[in-house]
Design a protein around this ligand. Structure first.
Ligand code: IMP
Length: 820
């Protein structure tokens, strides 16, 4: 890349300069010389050299936001699943090749140093990774975006497998330091909890005033991580908060010689930012979780108002200069918190404060699953945040009044729309709070938004027409193609140039190559190379031998019943059974790869992991199927291993029960890298289907409407099994201990639950899935045609760039413009 594009004052990025920078950082920053330095030292020296070049652009970007007094976006998210930063920074800043050459001169191997970096795994799955992709796109599009979240000391647990069972190991990712963050000890805000609210009159007697008298205070301290855009000087900020005790010691206890007690308070306060909750698609009603939410929301809002007020006097202008996106309801306490800051601390009137609040916030809904819709018990909430509880009651009182005017005499609608739910004790419905307190609410795929409007939030759609919008999720092509699959990136560059990295729709130009057999062959070679590379990875990391000449059939995502890893497993058992019965001559050799973490308290998901291992054991030890069928569980699926698995996949399993997966983003990553999808008409699969065309995707099964109708009519899974001998046999093999002979009852309840309840309709979709799998099989037998269709998938995925997602947010919801 052309260095002259950069401001002349910036540090040089040619090979000599980088070589010198790395050597100097090793000595002056790490305190080592090349004789004693190990890979970790070199990794850090390199990271500091790269970081120096980030931070100067970061500063200039931030200054330009102030200079231009530009409207800013704040993305509040309890999760940011970023993964590794080194390669991403070098590629985005355009000096990866120079760094590589500089390291070679120093006798170092970049590939090896990269492996030293731990993943920043501050998220569970799709929601957290989306936040990371959106940050990349905001910076790339020169939009003034800042992420706010928590600097968890322990991120997502590492998954180990012992005897087929998931063991959770703490992810102590900061133990050796983190070169990508800048601690900001001067940026600290007090966060208060508990106590009570005193009511008084303003000195002129004109109105009531409320004084929150908290009984606990914790400090939030900022850590900044620069987020560079791709081939632009824009470097945005991710600000993560860490909890600090206000006092190191309780001096009174200390002086009395009670040393342990003297530091107990400190430990308790600092627990707030200790660990990420490992729950995906279910809500966790723990006190500490609520403390985390308020902690990061309050610190972020104080910071946002401080920044705004440093150059604006009139708070009524806030929505013209600030827009705040709530990533799910986890940060929805921001709504009463901003009201509190405006009413109690800035003395605005209710109406003015409420207008500012609603115009400032927007909310992204990520799920329709009832168990994932957050609610908090009023009792717990009042204890921890008494003033916020009052404010929520007042917000709700005014809202209910308006609703009752709109629907006179309809008590039922008040009960349905209320922010306070009365079923099973009084609880705050955070989604209702977020909808009422935001000017825009969005779903994350066309189907998901349709379902939000027509069922879950139908009352709100009617009452606030137009408030609910769709913004289909996307993924960043920088990380998920350019960086993860350099071989494919190079091939694409040769064919159509590299404009696609910033404008993914340009991949459509690849379509004409679908009729060029020589190009298809090269495309197929890239895939084969990645399969070979993954086989080597599997050998190194899992001690497993894979055959790259088999089809890599991949399902990687959190383990959840609605994602139906069980359906995949039943298909694999069916293949196994057919082979044993001599009825599978036509089956193309397969390697079925399943990876993902289960929430530690999600017993059924953990049981499914164990069953996958038990089935894999039986298959592995059966010489009759050797070389034709292999099942492997990939432990500890994370962002870094995703970048190895995804480019190697031939087939992408996206088989959730229709209506349950809000979007999925793994589906996009796999298709972009030339895997064909087998999937239900769910989430963004539908939009993938519409773009790649029905011939280039294998869809099957019940639609969301059909799932709802079948449930309504009374679904009796046992009857489905009775009607289908093969299905019945497969369920019985699981239930009766075929895969667990040493403990025949291990999966009895799982099998019985399938036959009796099967809430995710595995049995109902089984036959259609097997038929779709046969279509997969037939096509895979024609490699040229398979790869042609895979290329069309890559070519047609432009829509799923997170740049398009961000562009839609910017225009439809945020109304922000690029800084240049
Ligand atoms: P913050 O956004 O206020 O946290 O500041 C981030 C960075 O913006 C600082 O490190 C400065 O580089 C820059 N900055 C802060 N205040 C100003 C200002 O008033 N004018 C121009 N730049 C500023």
């Amino acid at each position: 890349m052309d260095p002259s594009r950069y401001n002349q004052d910036y540090l040089p990025i040619d090979v000599e300069a980088l070589q010198e920078a790395v050597s100097r950082r090793l000595i002056y920053r790490i305190g080592k010389d090349p004789f004693t330095a190990n890979d970790w030292d070199w990794y850090r020296a390199l990271s500091f050299a790269v970081r120096d070049r980030l931070i100067e652009r970061w500063m200039e970007t931030q200054r330009s936001y102030y200079r231009k007094d530009i409207k800013r976006v704040y993305y509040l998210s309890l999760e940011f699943l970023i993964g590794r930063t080194l390669t991403n920074s070098m590629l985005n800043m355009g000096f990866m090749d120079s760094c590589d050459a500089a390291l070679q001169r120093l006798g170092l191997d970049l590939e090896r140093l990269r492996e030293e970096e731990p993943d920043a795994a501050l998220g569970n799955g799709g929601l957290g990774r989306l936040a990371a992709c959106l940050l990349d796109s905001m910076a790339t599009l020169d939009l003034p975006g800042t992420g706010y979240g928590i600097r968890y000391e322990y991120g997502m647990f590492r998954q180990k497998i012992e005897d087929g069972r998931q063991i959770e190991v703490p992810d102590n990712w900061l133990s050796r330091g983190n070169p990508w963050e800048f601690p900001r000890p001067e940026v600290v805000y007090p966060i208060r909890f508990g106590g009570h609210v005193a009511v008084g009159k303003r000195h002129d007697g004109s109105r009531y005033v409320f004084h929150w008298m908290p009984d606990e205070e914790v400090l939030a301290m900022a850590y900044d991580t620069p987020i560079p855009g791709y081939h632009t000087d824009t470097v945005n900020n991710l600000r993560l908060w860490s909890a600090r005790a206000t006092e190191e010691f309780d001096l009174q206890c200390f002086n009395q010689g009670q040393y342990i007690k003297a530091v107990e308070g400190k430990a308790l306060s600092e627990n707030i930012s200790k660990v990420l909750y490992p729950e995906d698609s279910s809500s966790e009603n723990q006190k500490l979780r609520l403390r985390q939410q308020y902690f990061f929301v309050s610190a972020s809002l104080q910071d946002i108002l401080r920044r705004f007020q440093s150059n604006h006097d009139d708070l009524r202008e806030l929505p013209d200069k600030v827009t705040i996106q709530l990533n799910d309801t986890h940060p929805a306490i921001a709504i009463p918190e901003l009201m509190r800051l405006l009413l109690d601390e800035r003395e605005l009137e209710w109406q003015a404060a409420w207008e500012i609040t609603v115009r400032t916030f927007s909310y992204t809904n990520h799920t329709l699953l009832p168990e994932a819709l957050e609610t908090w018990p009023v009792g717990l909430f009042s204890q921890m945040l008494p003033r916020h509880m009052q404010l929520i009651y007042e917000i709700n009182r005014r809202f209910m009044l308006q609703v009752s005017h709109a629907y006179p005499g309809d008590g039922d609608i008040l009960r349905r729309m209320s922010i306070i739910g009365e079923e099973g004790g009084k609880r705050i419905r955070m989604a209702h709070l977020a909808i009422v307190g935001s000017h825009a609410v969005n779903g994350v795929s066309a189907l998901h938004t349709h379902l939000l409007k027509s069922s879950t939030f139908a009352d709100f759609e009617r009452y606030f027409p137009g408030r609910i919008k769709n913004v289909t999720n996307g993924i960043t092509p920088r990380r998920w193609l350019n960086q993860a699959n350099p071989g494919l990136a190079l091939l694409i560059n040769e064919a159509i140039g590299d404009g696609w990295v910033k404008d993914l729709e340009r991949l459509q130009e690849l379509r004409e190559f679908a009729d060029d057999p020589a190009f298809i062959e090269r495309f197929a070679d890239v895939k084969m190379n990645r399969k070979i590379r993954f086989a080597a990875y599997a050998r190194r990391h899992y001690g497993q031998l894979l055959d790259p000449h088999t089809m890599y059939d991949v399902q990687v995502k959190r383990i959840h019943e609605y994602k139906r890893q069980l359906l995949n497993l039943m298909r694999t058992i069916t293949h196994y059974r057919r082979m044993r019965g001599g009825n599978a001559r036509e089956l193309m050799p397969r390697t079925v790869l399943i990876g993902g973490k289960a929430a530690p308290g999600y017993w059924r998901a953990k049981q499914i992991i164990r069953l996958i291992h038990d089935v894999a054991d039986v298959i592995d030890n059966d010489p009759q199927v050797e070389g034709r069928l292999k099942l492997l569980f990939l432990p500890n699926y994370d962002v870094s291993s995703a970048a190895e698995i995804i480019p190697a996949a031939n087939l992408s399993q996206q088989i959730s029960t229709a209506g349950m997966e809000a979007s999925g983003t793994g589906n996009m990553k796999l298709a972009l890298n030339g895997a064909l999808t087998i999937g239900t008409m769910d989430g963004a699969n539908i939009e993938i289907h519409d773009r790649v065309g029905a011939d280039n995707i294998f869809t099957f099964g019940l639609s969301a409407d059909e799932v709802a109708n079948l449930k309504h009519a009374g679904y009796r899974p046992r009857e489905w099994a009775e009607r289908d001998e093969e299905l019945k046999a497969v369920v019985e093999m699981i239930r009766d201990g075929y895969f667990s002979p040493e403990e025949p009852d291990r999966y009895r309840n799982l099998g019985e639950d399938l036959l009796n309840q099967d809430p995710f309709m595995v049995l109902a979709d089984y036959r259609a899935y097997m038929e779709a799998d046969e279509r997969v099989n037939r096509l895979y037998a024609e490699p040229a045609e398979w790869h042609r269709r895979a290329l069309i998938n890559t070519a047609m995925m432009g829509y799923f760039s997170s740049d398009r997602t961000i562009d839609e947010y910017a225009r439809k919801i945020w109304r922000v413009k690029p800084r240049r």
